[in-house]
Design a protein around this ligand. Sequence first.
Ligand SMILES: NC(=O)c1ccc[n+]([C@@H]2O[C@H](COP(=O)([O-])OP(=O)(O)OC[C@H]3O[C@@H](n4cnc5c(N)ncnc54)[C@H](O)[C@@H]3O)[C@@H](O)[C@H]2O)c1
Length: 250
Amino acid sequence: MKLKNKVAIITGGGGGIGRATAYLFAKEGAEVVVSDVNEGSGQETVNRILEEGGRSSFFKANVADPTEVESLIAYTASNYGGVDILFNNAGIGNSELKIEDLSIEEWDQVIDINLKGVFLGIKYVIPEMRKRGGGSIINTSSLLGFKGKKYMGPYNASKGGVSLHTQNAALEYGKENIRVNAVAPGVIDTPIIDGWKNDERKWPFISKANALGRIGSPDEVATAVLFLASSDASFITGSTIHVDGGGLTF
Ligand SMILES: NC(=O)c1ccc[n+]([C@@H]2O[C@H](COP(=O)([O-])OP(=O)(O)OC[C@H]3O[C@@H](n4cnc5c(N)ncnc54)[C@H](O)[C@@H]3O)[C@@H](O)[C@H]2O)c1
């Protein structure tokens, strides 16, 4: 088991990628705190882990809210004795509008959740990881953190920011044995892409727009996150693994 005796927090753990990663982490021996704004779906993830004999609990937190993120870390440290792994994964898409039509409120919301949420997770988890003598943080960027797409302004900006912030944190905390990496998924089969799936005109192109000619599954992202979280990636920090079927090359 690759994560035996490790304590992991997963934000957005009620959604597709977060849930698949929570199952895999638990299978590999980690105790998993599943967090999400959606209590029902987050609790469902926990229930399945418990049914399979793992250790897990749910903590509701909005990643854009500093007090809630701080409480999530404090809850985990006091109930599980510390934190070894943080998967900063919660995120949202945006309404596909031209820049001039996009509301300022929506811009702020996407940046707050996707980018400030990652900053907050790192900010509050570092003192706990320092107490453990190290740790591994994985942030969810996106193919759209590396490639501009029309009408995806705030999402593009937030995910591009996640990749660079990953490098900031890797540089600042590497000497304390805290590694910070990111995954950049391409099109993955989760509810976040429902809008594209329902678009009969765009979907035939979007669903095949990479070298492999298909979309990915949440499990295919989870295995990359597990690799980064585990000691298999002990000399890897500041990196982004592209889990996109070659989408960046396309
Ligand atoms: N599915 C894809 O094609 C794809 C591609 C690239 C990147 N991503 C990224 O992967 C991550 C996970 O997305 P997913 O595909 O599993 O989608 P998803 O919608 O299934 O999961 C996202 C989860 O985040 C939660 N969430 C939303 N806002 C939150 C907040 N403020 N605080 C806490 N939780 C919040 C949602 O309730 C949901 O459970 C996101 O960061 C997303 O941007 C997804």
